[in-house]
Design a protein around this ligand. Structure first.
Ligand code: PGA
Length: 244
């Protein structure tokens, strides 16, 4: 089965209205036809301006998190339905920065993914091991366990998984393409529901123009979740050009 590649830019807590020229630059530099999907996940404050800037473009929008609740007295939170309403097609859930910084468990991530699916969004569910877990040979066991507990019962075509080794995020260190491929293959084999072959598994963690080609050439790496390098339009385009 051929899976459609997906490159998603995670802007994290970066970006002001002065940075919206990014949308024009990326749209102008994309290959035609685009051999995959391209998504930008700006901070919530830029979702509406991005929706306007990306009108009529193939670049889709995602959010960086959503509430597991439908609505109500949850000050500061955003529901999946609100994100859909503002024009998102995707939402990242369970990023390690939220698991660590906001105490989110696998069970929380799963309920957020369920909320996203019921609102008609595609959740990008993040998994990844710490350096200590990798060095003690436990990476595969940890990450496949996160997969089983963080993912709602759904066909593989309806969600996206992002494997992001925590030690590679924002550090300039990446897993080798071979190590990443082995982990992705293990995740696909461990997918507990229907549709393992349709499941898109992205790699994330210091993806840059100079390592994207090797990573994206791997059989079970279906795209990338790009943090730092997605902030620069040219770097993001230089990663996108490696999808086939
Ligand atoms: P990075 O971030 O590319 O800056 O390492 C990736 C991510 O956290 O999604």
């Amino acid at each position: 089965m051929t899976r459609r590649a997906l490159i998603a830019g995670n802007w994290k807590m970066n970006g002001l209205s002065a940075d919206l020229g990014w949308a024009q630059d990326v749209c102008a530099g994309l290959p035609h036809p685009l051999p995959g999907d391209v998504v930008v996940c700006p901070p919530a404050t830029l979702l509406f301006p991005f929706k306007v800037a990306l009108k009529d473009s193939v670049v889709e929008m995602g959010a960086q998190d959503c509430s597991c609740f439908k609505g109500g007295a949850f000050t500061g939170d955003l529901s999946a339905t609100m994100l859909k309403d503002i024009g998102c097609r995707y939402v990242i859930v369970g990023h390690s920065e939220r698991r660590e910084g906001h105490g989110e468990s696998d069970a929380n991530v799963r309920t957020k993914a369920e909320a996203a699916l019921s609102a008609g969004l595609i959740p990008i569910i993040c998994l990844g091991e710490t350096l200590e877990q990798r060095e003690s040979g436990k990476a595969e066991a940890i990450v496949t366990q996160q997969l089983r507990h963080s993912v709602p019962q759904v066909h593989g075509a309806d969600v996206v998984i992002a494997y992001e080794p925590i030690w590679a995020i924002g550090t300039g260190k990446t897993a080798t393409a071979q190590d990443a491929q082995a982990l992705h293959a293990a995740l696909r084999a461990a997918w507990p529901y229907e549709g393992a072959e349709a499941l898109r598994i992205l790699y994330g963690g210091s993806v840059k123009p100079d390592n994207a080609q090797d990573l994206l050439a791997q059989k079970d790496i279906d795209g990338a979740l790009v943090g730092g390098a997605s902030l620069n339009a040219q770097d993001f385009l230089d990663i996108i050009k490696h999808i086939a």
